[in-house]
Design a protein around this ligand. Structure first.
Ligand code: GLY
Ligand code: MN
Ligand code: MN
Length: 536
């Protein structure tokens, strides 16, 4: 075949493939750049090891839909299970003289497995599509000559206990086992203890009172920590001299092996807190899709709808736009059900004339939205519903206004809580500020990104951070206030981009004032004439 016709064929195939499946994923360059940032934050002579997420069983031979670990995805773009990423702080030289600073071990191609469960990228795909030069099959991890003893720090996330031996070769179970053997991972390794040891060594004894206090709390939770003589000694030390003495011993203990299961958390919190331009394209798309879902439901809602049906309309809109998943289980609670903060049964058959609290987020190419609207099923807020709604609305406005560069992470929460407190006192629902937690029992903000509760440092706000601002008031049946408020639950949640020019509401497309909601609910819906045959 001539080169030109070969090129034409290749290009046509590329176009056909491009039309068949989405192409707007994070680029290989993005993931490479993120690995470079990890490397920049790693200490000298260290190696970082990341494992893919575990596959989890739903029932019998059906697993839950696989979801990659967000850190792993952020650094690789690899969406399959049973993989390990290794990043070195400095260049390494292989026996045949190759220079490299990272390796990835992936699932081996397997025609039979792929016939049942879908295509695998394999070594070649990982090299070509994800841009890794040093890609290997998982089975080669055991044979690899990475000598973990040679590094001053081996950074990793300690292991959860919910991964299983699937019987295959080089599954996650085997990869972790290999890592443990290669690193001399002690059978009694305790990640919390390592973290506390780190806290002790990195805090001057002059400021150690706080650490001792925090430590005291940890000791109450974990039996294994109580038996550690250094920790109990530190907590019970009467003076700084004694603490200094223990601190030195803790330092030696930390140095006794090179395993470090706390530093990667700090590194990934730092990186994932702020979003790059490429990430923002996907995150904005997830948020806008979710806002459109809210609009379509507002138009379609009527009192005979079930919570499940309402959930289905949101999720259909997500799929229509190509969002693969929901970022978390959808919450649709009519009336009193809205008082359960993470209500996911969604099985009330008719929402009737109640408020319906809808907290849902599309996940688009890994990035998830988190948007809540609370609307009256019959299209009109009652006087009581509106009074409560407007307090939450004003609290949210205050919270959004406080979401500015340099403000402490707690600023939106403090601003919102003040408005809710004053509002509930004015309505006679509470008598003093101390009671506000009864009706507003959750925080106001979290980071948003690859995870719905995304990673971050919880320090002062930086530009290009996305947070939620989500105050709420929940008054369950039987509450200690006038009956007329019972069963009212309101949460309003928007996704806010913090910029140096102030906050930007990325979900503002979804109507938020009572007037705008009522106006949207009066609009016709394509679902008005959508009927299905009765199966009774
Ligand atoms: N949807 C969970 C949350 O709002 O945090
Ligand atoms: Mn949220
Ligand atoms: Mn939410």
């Amino acid at each position: 075949m001539k080169v030109t016709s070969f090129f034409f064929l290749f290009f046509s195939l590329f176009l056909i493939t491009a039309q068949e499946t989405p192409t707007d994923f994070l680029s290989a360059d993005f993931h490479k750049g993120r690995r470079e940032e990890v490397r920049n934050l790693m200490p000298d002579n260290s190696v970082a090891v990341f494992f893919a997420n575990a596959e989890r069983n739903r029932s019998n031979d059906v697993d839950y839909i696989y979801h990659q670990d967000p850190d792993f995805y952020y650094l690789t773009g690899y969406k399959e299970p049973n993989a390990v990423l290794v990043i070195f702080s400095e260049d390494q030289t292989s026996v045949d003289g190759k220079i490299y600073n990272e390796m990835i071990f992936v699932q081996e191609r397997d025609a039979r497995a792929e016939q049942w469960n879908g295509k695998r990228l394999g070594i070649e795909g990982t090299q070509i599509q994800l841009g890794f030069q040093m890609a290997f099959n998982g089975s080669e991890f055991e044979k690899s000559n990475i000598d973990f003893k040679n590094y001053e720090h081996v950074l990793f996330f300690d292991f959860k206990t919910d991964y299983r031996d699937l019987g295959g070769k080089a599954d996650l179970f085997d990869l972790i086992k290999t890592f443990k053997v290669k690193t001399n991972y002690p059978s009694d390794y305790n990640a919390t203890k390592q973290q506390i040891y780190n806290m002790i060594t990195s805090t001057d004894v002059e400021n150690s009172a706080n650490v001792a206090q925090t430590l005291g709390r940890y000791l109450n939770y974990e039996e294994a920590l109580k038996s550690d003589a250094l920790l109990t000694g530190y907590v019970n030390a009467q003076d700084n001299g004694k603490r200094k003495e223990i601190q030195e011993k803790v330092k030696l203990e930390l140095k006794s092996n090179n395993l470090n299961s706390y530093m990667l958390e700090e590194i990934m919190n730092t990186l994932r807190e702020t979003k790059t331009r490429e990430e923002m394209v996907l995150l904005k798309k997830a948020i806008e899709i979710s806002a459109v879902g809210q609009i379509e439901v507002m138009k379609a809602m009527h009192p005979n709808m079930s919570e499940t049906e309402i959930q289905g309309i949101h999720e259909y809109v997500y799929k229509k736009y190509g969002a693969e998943y929901e970022g978390y289980p959808s919450i649709v609670g009519g009336g009193n059900n809205g008082c359960i903060l993470h209500y996911i049964e969604n099985n009330k058959q008719k929402v009737g004339n109640d408020l319906v609290l809808m907290d849902l987020g599309a996940e688009y190419h890994g990035y998830t939205a988190d948007v809540t609207r609370t609307i009256p099923a019959n299209g009109k807020f009652t006087k009581e519903q509106k009074l409560i709604y407007d307090i939450v609305y004003n609290a949210q406005e205050a919270g959004i206004k406080a979401s500015v560069v340099g403000a402490p992470f707690q600023a939106p929460g403090a601003a919102a809580a003040k408005v809710v407190t004053e509002g509930l006192i004015e309505l006679g629902i509470i008598a003093s500020p101390g009671e506000v937690k009864t009706y507003f029992p959750h925080g106001t903000s979290h980071y948003l990104g690859l995870d719905v509760h995304d990673k971050g440092t919880y320090g002062a706000f930086q530009e290009n951070t996305v947070i939620t601002v989500e105050p709420g008031i929940y008054i369950p049946e039987g509450s200690d206030c006038d009956k007329k408020w019972w069963g009212i639950a309101v949460r309003i949640e928007d996704d806010i981009l913090i910029t140096k020019d102030g906050p930007i509401n990325l979900s503002e497309m979804a109507p938020r004032t009572t007037e705008a909601i009522e106006k949207t609910m009066a609009m016709p819906s394509v679902l008005d004439n959508f009927t299905l045959p009765s199966l009774d």
